[in-house]
Design a protein around this ligand. Structure first.
Ligand code: KG4
Ligand code: ZN
Length: 327
């Protein structure tokens, strides 16, 4: 099954073509990061406007790179939520129009499910289920048990900021630029041997939830009250986030007996997070290459393959700004 996947939930206009949920034929991403950088975060109206401009050229490029004609496609998949309403609408209406014009089924995909299935795109042996899934992005920090394709149990989530949002806010406080994940990671490489130890919110031994707002406040306090270099504060922040994310994911893997841990979402591009997770995990850790961790269309096409198998395809699709992947 050949699927065109379209993604516009936040600030990347993206499209990719994937065969059978695994073989990536193309993956084209037009990032608006540089446009939003001057505002220090994503401005929703600006994002929708740029999606409109970039959408069709990105779809054309994805088909051309895949050497594929519209008539070769078996389905069109699109992120229907969660995300920014105006941004989602651009992708969804494009996908609906193309599905109608080309007479193809339309598959609405949950953005978080897309992040999970980025783990099926690398050529190596795919993950087996059940698996513990940690999705850490600009809008989400979710710990799930994927019991089977499309069947998820929510084990923990953030109670305030998402992990990526914490990176973005900490970077802003430190004057490191947007998006904050890559800038913090880069700054932290220049840190001295004794970065400040910043607080971890464990929220009690039994909880698998996260909280990052206290850490964000601690970054602001240390930056204002001490003469610690920015690189040291960035390293202290990154170490605290990585410590909490990895310990909670590993705890859950031990408690559930899941066969592996799947790491996904933009923050999964973080080198220390990938490394520490692998060191601490008792089971294999799957993590997509960094370019497939951040938002892209190929992951939506991959997820759609498994959604279609479960019979989830509809033309009366509408955006779902909040769409929980599991209750
Ligand atoms: O998944 P994504 O592209 O978009 C959302 O669905 O939100 O994730 C974007 C988030 C941003 O907050 C960004 O700062 C973070 O992922 N990010 C990183 C890194 N690269 C991107 N966080 C930590 N380290 C990175 N290398
Ligand atoms: Zn995302």
């Amino acid at each position: 099954m050949l699927v065109l996947g379209i993604e516009t939930s936040c600030d990347e206009t993206a499209a990719g073509v994937v065969a059978d949920g695994r073989r990536m034929l193309s993956n084209v991403v037009a990032s608006q990061a540089a446009i939003h950088a001057r505002y220090g975060g994503v401005v929703p109206e600006v994002a929708s406007r740029h999606h409109i401009e970039a959408m069709l050229p990105v779809v054309k490029a994805a088909l051309a790179e895949a050497k594929c004609k519209p008539s070769d496609l078996d389905a069109i998949a699109v992120t229907a939520g969660p995300g920014l309403a105006g941004s989602l609408l651009v992708g969804l209406n494009t996908a609906k129009s193309l599905a109608y014009a080309w007479d193809k089924p339309l598959i609405g995909v949950n953005h978080l499910e897309g992040h999970i299935y980025a783990n099926w795109l690398p050529e190596a042996e795919p993950p087996s289920l059940p698996a513990v899934v940690l999705i850490v992005s600009g809008g989400h920090s979710e710990l799930l048990l994927a019991e089977a394709h499309g069947v998820y149990r929510l084990l923990g989530r953030t109670r305030d900021d998402a992990a990526g949002e914490a990176f973005d806010k900490a970077a802003r406080v430190l004057g490191l630029g947007f998006p904050g994940g890559p800038t913090i990671e880069r700054a932290a490489r220049e840190a001295g041997p004794k970065p400040p130890r910043l607080p971890r919110a464990w929220l009690g031994a039994a909880s698998h939830d996260f909280s990052f707002s206290g850490l964000k406040t601690a970054v602001a306090r240390v930056a204002a009250e001490s003469d610690a270099p920015r690189a040291d504060i960035a390293a202290g922040f990154q170490t605290a986030v990585v410590d909490v994310l990895t310990r909670k994911a590993v705890d859950v893997a031990q408690q559930t007996g899941a066969g592996c841990i799947l790491l996904s979402g933009g923050v999964a591009a973080n080198g220390p997070l990938r490394e520490v997770m692998r060191q601490r995990s008792p089971v294999p850790v799957f993590v997509p290459p960094p370019v497939l961790c951040t938002d892209n269309g190929a992951m939506i096409a991959a997820a759609a393959h498994y959604c279609a198998e479960a019979g989830r395809a509809a033309l009366d699709l509408d955006v779902r700004v909040s769409w929980p992947i599991a209750g």
